[in-house]
Design a protein around this ligand. Structure first.
Ligand code: ADP
Ligand code: MG
Length: 259
């Protein structure tokens, strides 16, 4: 191919928004010449680079938009440390069917059990499945809602929170809400009901939710909606860090060996 033809083709690809193909054209042409592949295979390979780049970009965008506090993908979660976890359910959740079915997930258990870690890992899987995902602490969401109301932007914010395919609400229970806070959170959850999935992590049993929301009638209504069609994942084991440090203490020290 002449230099002029190469430049023209690259410009055409760019004009068509095929920037990966434009970038890879020269290398792919060289490779095709060297390996002697036909036009058809050459085109398949070149278009595949564009598709792959787009998939990577969209995953990165989803992950950025989800605002995870830390990136803790599935591979970093040690399943052998949690033998009580329902592995089949956990693997099913990673597949994302619950999001397609607008089901909720509630992780309940002690502090340090790995609930947030699992929620982030499943959130990343949801992003891989191209679901619009958002991670937020309950406290953070309530504050955002209160601020939005003060600025007369409440409806717009609620609509944004309704549009996510998966809304992860971390740490329900550590901080009780004001009456206004509970009502606003209730509003978001009521609007999402049967429209999108909510994943909640909490250290509380259901009987204690009234302490956080205040009003027993509203709490009952909320629980009714949240637990309808929900997967409840109970995590009754001890803190992962505690278990790890106990294990460390139990290990014979390396420098104890006699020389
Ligand atoms: P929780 O949200 O239940 O309080 P976290 O998810 O914050 O607990 O877990 C506490 C710490 O222990 C985190 O650093 C987390 O990454 C780690 N952790 C918990 N469980 C596991 C596990 N099974 N494999 C690897 N790390 C874990
Ligand atoms: Mg947590």
């Amino acid at each position: 191919m002449t230099t002029g033809a190469l430049i023209e083709l690259q410009a055409n690809f760019k004009a068509l928004n095929l920037s990966s193909m434009a970038r890879n054209l020269e290398g792919s042409l060289r490779q095709a010449r060297e390996s002697g592949i036909g036009y058809d295979e050459f085109l398949i390979e070149l278009t595949a680079t564009e598709l792959q780049a787009r998939a990577e970009n969209s995953l990165n965008r989803r992950i950025r938009e989800a605002k995870f506090p830390l990136l803790k993908p599935m591979e970093t979660f040690d399943l052998s440390a949690v033998p009580e976890l329902d592995l089949r359910l956990f693997r099913d959740l990673a597949g994302g069917d619950y999001i397609r079915e607008h089901r909720n997930v509630i992780f309940s258990g002690h502090s340090g059990a790995g609930k947030t870690h699992m929620a982030i890992a499943l959130g990343i899987e949801a992003c891989k499945n191209n679901f619009r995902t958002r991670f937020v602490t309950c406290y953070g969401l309530v504050n955002e809602l209160i601020e939005a109301r003060q600025e007369r932007m409440l409806q717009r914010l609620i609509q944004r929170y309704v549009r996510y395919d998966l809304l992860i609400l971390d740490e329900l229970g550590y901080i009780p809400f004001s009456k206004e806070g509970s009502e606003l959170l209730f509003q978001v959850l009521a609007e999402r009901y049967e429209k999108g999935s909510v994943m909640i992590t909490t250290n509380l049993g259901f009987a204690d939710w009234t302490q956080v929301f205040g009003d027993p009638v509203m709490t009952a209504a909320l629980l009714d909606r949240l637990t309808h069609k929900a997967h409840i994942v109970s995590c009754p084991w001890d803190s992962y860090r505690l278990k790890q440090s106990l294990k460390e203490k139990g290990k014979p020290r390396k420098d104890n060996s006699c020389k």
